[in-house]
Design a protein around this ligand. Structure first.
Ligand code: ADP
Ligand code: MG
Length: 393
């Protein structure tokens, strides 16, 4: 892998480096909830700064769908980064164009700039030549630590690496090295824990692990979708209705292969999502459409914990419930604690999953690997070629 390690400080000095990171961190009301991804990119950044490079940081945040969305501007990220680096990271209001070029051309050695949210430009996700060229004008070199976005062939993760000399940053190189090592011969029983809200990408990944994993533990909105597929009334819960057939199909294939699918038998429900929400435990047979299912229940948690303790390898992506509120954190907390105390190989990924672990004050070192990728981590572990990694081979 062509990595930053192979560049000497002389080769970086005075160079304009386009540095793609994945600072798509959990935010609430403009406040960063978890900065793990920022912290983990600092070693590449400091190395480039100390070498006298002029670093242009670029990231996406959220899903603005190719338009400017004021709440998704990246000012808070630049400010946060400034605090870590001890210098002002100037944040620009656009990602490409003449005014950006003018700013970049006046940069000093070791200075750091941050471009506006790349996904405000429709060319980013489309990997359009026009956007790639506009970005390429800004840099002499391209470096990426954006492991979390590597499964996307976007302009800033893929296209740009074809037109500029490209190197993987320290974080990206480490993710690849560690995850590859872990997956070369995973020890059985192998458990895959999947939860969270982003079902559309995760359900496909579940299927990809059908052959590899022995146990599938389902929580979060993914569990709601599986329960809806089995005919339970989940009307008020977060469900991906266009994935019901996929869920059904998955259930029958898991059974046919003699593997174990763990779905909740009870849930923590409420009428509303608010800090004052009154939480209640219901067995799945007692559910009514009026209930919002927001966590796996205590009986399910106990059963998941017991089976996870028997696993030798566990991969976890996506919280079991709406862990941001204490009423709905118990499932995620119990599973995370179990993993932190287990001697199994444990790999955790996903912005919110890491946020949950930090919230529960569990030491990162008590897990085998905390990955900065969620979907990207899962795709990598499946053995897929990720466009944002392939470009460095
Ligand atoms: P990750 O970032 O770890 O990959 P996701 O982004 O897919 O995870 O999902 C995390 C979000 O899912 C959290 O904000 C959490 O509150 C939410 N969530 C989990 N379970 C539920 C549920 N049952 N209903 C609504 N939201 C949920
Ligand atoms: Mg998330």
């Amino acid at each position: 892998m062509q990595s930053l390690n192979s560049l000497s400080p002389e080769e970086l000095k005075s160079k304009r480096v386009l540095f793609r990171v994945d600072y798509n961190v959990p935010m609430q009301d403009g406040v960063i909830q978890d900065d793990t991804r920022i912290v983990k990119s600092l070693s590449s950044l400091r190395f480039m700064m100390e070498s006298g490079a002029r670093v242009i940081v670029m990231t996406h945040l959220g899903r603005p769908k190719g338009e400017v969305v004021d709440e998704l501007r990246v000012d808070a990220l630049a400010k946060h980064l400034s605090q870590y680096l001890g210098i002002e990271v100037k944040k620009l209001n656009e990602s490409v164009g003449e005014s950006v070029e003018a700013e970049v051309n006046t940069m000093q050695d070791s200075q750091v700039l941050m471009l506006e949210n790349l996904r405000f430009n429709p060319g980013e996700k489309k990997n359009s030549d026009e956007f790639i060229d506009a970005l390429a004008k800004l840099g002499d070199l391209y470096v990426s630590d954006a492991f979390g976005a590597c499964h996307r062939a976007h302009a800033s993760t893929y296209g740009i690496a074809k037109v500029l000399p490209a190197h993987a940053g320290f974080l990206l190189a480490r993710e690849v090295r560690v995850l590859k090592g872990l997956m070369d011969s995973p020890k059985a029983p192998f458990g895959l824990v999947v939860g969270g809200a982003k079902i559309d990408t995760k359900i496909g990944i579940l299927e990809q692990f059908l052959e590899k994993a022995d146990h599938f533990f389902i929580g979060g909105a993914m569990a709601n979708t599986f329960l809806a597929a089995q005919g339970f009334d989940m009307a008020e819960s977060l469900v991906q209705n266009d994935k019901l057939e996929l869920a059904k199909d998955f259930i029958s294939r898991v059974e046919a292969l003699g593997k174990t699918l763990h779905l909740p038998t009870d849930l923590v429900v409420a009428d509303e999502i608010s800090p004052d929400a009154h939480a209640e435990v219901k067995s799945i047979d007692e559910l009514t459409g009026a209930n919002k299912a927001l966590d796996i229940g205590p009986a399910s948690t106990e059963s998941y914990v017991k089976h996870i303790q028997e696993c030798e390898t566990v991969i976890w992506n996506g919280p079991m419930g709406l862990y941001e509120l204490p009423q709905f954190e118990n499932g995620s907390k119990a599973l995370a604690t179990t993993l932190s105390q287990s001697s199994c190989t444990s790999v955790i990924g996903g912005g919110d999953s890491i946020d949950a672990i930090n919230k529960f004050e569990l030491d990162h070192d008590s897990f085998s690997h905390i990955s900065t990728g969620g979907g990207a981590m899962l795709e990598f572990l499946e053995g897929k070629n990720l466009p944002g990694i392939e470009v460095f081979q």
